[in-house]
Ligand binder design. Sequence first.
Ligand code: ADP
Length: 250
Amino acid sequence: DIAANAQLYLDDVRVSFDGFKALRGLSLTIEPGEMRAIIGPNGAGKTTMMDVITGKTRPDSGEVLFEGGSVDLTRLDEAAIAELGIGRKFQKPTVFESHTVEDNVYLALKADRGPLATLFHRLNAEEARRIDEILATVKLGDRRHELAANLSHGQKQWLEIGMLLAQEPKLLLVDEPVAGMTDAETMETAALLRRIHDSGKSVVVVEHDMAFVRELGVKVTVLHEGGVLSEGSIDHVAADPRVIEVYLGR
Ligand code: ADP
C-alpha cells in the first residue's frame, strides 16, 4: 500500500475555482525523509497544491493523507495541520525586523505561548541550546545580535527557515526560496536545505530556478495544467519531450 509507506500522499486531487480547474487529478507521493523539488510553469497548480496540503484550500475530491495514511488532511483546518508538523515557508520573508536574529528564533520557539510569555520569559538551557543549533543550521550564528532588518534578503530567508525549524516540523514546504537571491546565496540555500533533509525531515521545495534544482540533486516532479507531467531526476525530466514542449514550445 503506497499511502501506508508515505509521509505525504495525494491521490487524484481536484480543485476548481469558479469552474476553472486548478488541480485536475494531481497524485503525488513523498516518502518519509525525502526531499522533492516541484517545478512547472506559471498556473501549473503549484501554489494550489501547497494550499491543499496546508488546509488553506479544501479539494473538491481526492485524497490528501499524512504520515502513512493515518491522517486525512482534508478534514483538518490550517492550525491543526501546522500543529501536526507541516511547516510552510512562503516566498516573501516575514521576519520581525526590529528584533535581533536570535530573538526571532526565540519568538518562533515560543510562538504557541503568546507574546507576553515570550517577552518576560528567561531563556532556559534547553531553549538556548535549540537556538544555537538552529542558528548553526542556517549559518547565522555570527549575526545573532544583529537586527533582522539589517540582514540581506538571502539571510532573511534563511532566518525564516530557522524560525520554521523552531516548530520542529516533520514536513517542510518551501515556496520559491531563492527568488531574488544572488547566485552565491542560491547555492548556499541548496546546501541549507540539504542539511535539513540530512537531519531526517521531509522537504517539498517549489522553485523555478533550474540551477538551484540541479544543485539540490533530488527527484523532481514537473506540474502542468494541474497534474503531474513528468517525474524523475533533473536530467530525466529535462530530456522529457513533454517537458521540453511545455517550457520551450510556446
Ligand atoms: P502556480 O503556483 O503553479 O503558478 P497556481 O496554483 O497559483 O499555479 O494557479 C493555478 C491556476 O489556478 C491559475 O490559473 C490561477 O489563476 C488559478 N487560481 C489559483 N487560485 C485561484 C483563486 N483563488 N481563484 C481563482 N483562480 C485561482
